[in-house]
Design a protein around this ligand. Structure first.
Ligand code: G4P
Ligand code: MG
Length: 175
């Protein structure tokens, strides 16, 4: 199989599994912080199970002149959101832990705002050598599923959701 195809139902079940593990671990976040845009839908589903408010932050790999850049930069990182983080237990959410660069950048930015604790949740963690690290200040890390280093086709990227779901079903039927 070249790619992974996950349906909205798969994503929902994975998010529920993460939420169950967050609760079982005793971590009680005050706030969910979603890294846009891939983290938006997972964070919203987690809210259903954890019942915590969601804040969104955005990262861009384009510089101020719209040129591609290796370094991420903050966009839509509202001051009000930052003020809300001081002393809070955060659950930082993204869809995939791939190179870990974006995650590391976001964690370090969030730490500057004096949270009480930061935990990270991702739907999928790819087994690969990572460029970024999860800083030691992160108290817990929840990966819905640990997967091989292959491209993941997410349902929200599908132009034809029927064809996407059919591909997901075909992959599931393979031994
Ligand atoms: P990481 O720190 O979370 O590991 O992310 P990394 O910087 O390595 O990822 C760069 C971009 O590539 C991210 O999108 C990430 O979501 C996306 N990406 C990595 N692997 C996959 C994959 O297997 N499937 C899909 N669909 N996307 C992948 P981004 O720049 O944050 O854009 P957005 O889609 O979240 O808006
Ligand atoms: Mg992303």
């Amino acid at each position: 199989m070249e790619k992974y195809y996950f349906t909205y139902d798969d994503i929902h079940l994975t998010a529920k599994d993460i939420a169950d593990r967050v609760v079982a671990s005793g971590y009680d976040p005050d706030i969910i912080v979603a890294i846009g845009t891939g983290g938006f839908i997972p964070a919203r589903i987690l809210r259903t199970f954890l019942d915590k408010p969601v804040l969104a932050v955005g990262i861009s790999y384009y510089d101020a002149d719209d040129k591609p850049s290796k370094e991420p930069r903050k966009v839509q990182w509202i001051e009000e959101a930052e003020r809300k983080l001081a002393g809070k237990r955060i659950l930082l959410v993204d869809e995939v832990d791939d190179s870990r660069s974006t995650l590391e950048y976001c964690i370090r930015e969030l730490m500057r705002h004096g949270p009480a604790e930061i935990a990270v949740a991702v739907l999928h963690d790819k087994k690969k050598e990572k460029r970024g690290i999860i800083p030691p200040e992160v108290s817990r890390y929840f990966a819905g599923r640990t997967i091989e280093d292959r491209w993941v086709a997410y349902p929200w990227d599908a132009h034809d959701i029927g064809a996407h779901d059919a591909s997901a079903a075909a992959c599931r039927d393979k031994p």
